[in-house]
Design a protein around this ligand. Sequence first.
Ligand code: MN
Length: 257
Amino acid sequence: MPVLSDLLAALRSGAVEIVDLTAPLSAQTPILELPEQFGQTARFELEEISRYDDRGPAWYWNNFRTGEHTGTHFDAPNHWVTGRELADIASVPVGALVAPAVVLDVVDQVAQNPDFLIEVEHIEAFVAEHGPLPDGGWLLCRTGWSARTTQAEMINRDDEGPHSPGLSAEAARWVAEESPLQGIGVETVGTDAGAAGGFDPLFPCHHYLMGSGKYGLSQLRNLDRLPPTGALVIASPLKIETGSGSPTRVLALVDRS
Ligand code: MN
């Protein structure tokens, strides 16, 4: 097919750049913290099997343990009770794994207020400037939060709880029920704002998006290297049967021609 050979030529010449939107996965990768009465997700851990030694003289390999929602990851609809009858991570159609993306930049607002919430009006202003949201695409929320690489910086907790940006409940409902998008992507540890445990409904991005069969991407990086429109995102979660999500390598193709 000429379109694929044209794409390959564009990738090799740099006319199309591949931007890695994935955070490194290690024992230091920040994780979500829920209120203490709830079960908690695991950090990523490597367990060495052998490293060119008595346990295996010519080979190095590891086992690993991780939460499905650790690091850069993909939320499947069955992650939330509202989507419990919908797709698990292995059942997400492959067409959703290669999808267009737009980038909403709220870095300045978040710098003023770490609890900043994206409202429908912010998305409508984006549409007025850049055109319609892509059918079956991602809304990537650029907040600057990916500069925070430690657990404490990422969660940003004080006596009142965690403080990090996200969507208002109404914006989450609008994206889920009224927009043509297939999901949102964020730089924080989960798609909901730090304070969203106190919103109505609880954790509204999860409530509405999962309930509508839509998806989430969390802990993205390098959104500053994407244009407001026109990027193509490739998000490839592990095919974990019955799983609710998976650590995911997320790449974006960007036209530099
Ligand atoms: Mn998640």
